[in-house]
Write a protein that binds this ligand. Structure first.
Ligand code: CP
Ligand code: NVA
Length: 313
């Protein structure tokens, strides 16, 4: 069975820790591993815009001795012209892994079902699991052991970041709180999955509507844009609805005194976060952005080891 990475709970707690340990080792020895030597090619497909994901995968694949093939859907047959399954059958004859940023999670599932090379979710409407590996690596660097820490995500709880926070932190044994207006709370099935995982890891997953209750005493405070890609038409209504969830210095002051602030970027200063917070001393956003590179390299190394057919070429 090919191992893919489509959502955060595709990894067990032990596997997530193994990848984060590997990311630490890779960060300390950037060019020491070449599992893609050949060079083998990795396809990195974008249906949506990207800066960090595009650059970190392209650089990471090159660091690992491979060749990144960046594909924009607009210039390919994907996106209504050819099914994800057929695309995957073609790509697997030539590439060692497929990384895809898209809209529907179901497209990723179809792609993964149709191929024997690993498929990686580089952001869908529902999850952003690569970002969470980078965020957890960043939290570990600043806070040490993940299990037992309290993390609060504020804003669109139904977004890819809100839902990935629930799952990834539950896997890590953290206490994850998501604060959002009721109509933007995470999907019930995702909450139920996070609850079930947390019950086995000693963590917890709790939903809030009051941002101050949610942030009280938190070790980590996180937010993301209120207007995710694909939701641009709803901007005015979203800005009106999410106003109370802005991470201000006043809100940040109710977290633990040594709390850190994360944001996956791109950020809208003055909307989901005040400039004084994101550009202030508690913010670790630049470490977080850099860690996309190290965490994703570790993920690729791990997936290539788990899927030896790929290594055989
Ligand atoms: N955080 C993140 O995924 O950024 P990009 O959209 O620039 O890739
Ligand atoms: N939630 C954001 C994340 C961007 C990296 C979006 O989907 O646009």
């Amino acid at each position: 069975m090919t191992r893919h990475f489509l959502r955060d709970d595709d990894l067990t707690t032990a596997e997530q820790a193994e990848i984060l340990d590997l990311a630490v080792a890779i960060k300390a020895d950037r060019w020491g591993r070449k599992p893609l030597a050949g060079p083998q090619t990795v396809a990195v497909i974008f249906d949506k815009s990207s800066t960090r994901t595009r650059v970190s995968f392209a650089v990471g694949i090159a660091d690992l001795g491979g060749s990144p093939l960046i594909i924009s859907t607009a210039n390919s047959q994907l996106g209504g012209k050819e099914t994800p399954a057929d695309t995957a059958r073609v790509l697997e004859r030539m590439v060692s892994a497929i990384v895809w940023r898209t809209y529907a999670q179901s497209g990723l599932e179809q792609m993964a079902a149709g191929t024997t090379v690993p498929v990686v979710n580089a952001l869908s409407d529902d999850f952003h699991p690569c970002q969470l590996l980078a965020d957890l690596l960043t939290i570990r660097e600043h806070k040490g052991e993940l299990a037992g820490l309290t993390v609060t995500f504020l804003g669109d709880g139904r977004s890819n970041m809100g839902q990935s926070y629930l799952l990834a932190c539950a896997v890590a044994g953290m206490h994850v709180r998501v604060a959002s207006p009721e109509e933007y709370s995470p999907d019930a099935a995702v909450v139920s999955d996070a609850d079930a995982i947390a019950a086995t890891t000693g963590g917890s997953a709790t939903l809030y509507t009051d941002p101050f209750e949610a942030v009280a005493g938190a070790d980590i405070v996180v937010t993301d844009t209120w207007v995710s890609m694909g939701k641009e038409d709803e901007k005015a209504q979203r800005v009106a609805t999410f106003g109370a969830y802005q991470v201000t210095t006043e809100l940040m002051a109710t977290a633990a005194s040594d709390a850190i602030f994360l944001h996956c970027l791109p950020a809208d200063r003055g909307y989901e976060v005040a400039a004084e917070v994101i550009d202030g001393p508690q913010s670790v956003i630049w470490d977080e952005a850099e860690n996309r590179l190290h965490a994703q390299k570790a993920l690729l190394v791990w997936l290539l080891e788990k899927n030896p057919r790929t290594l055989a070429g």
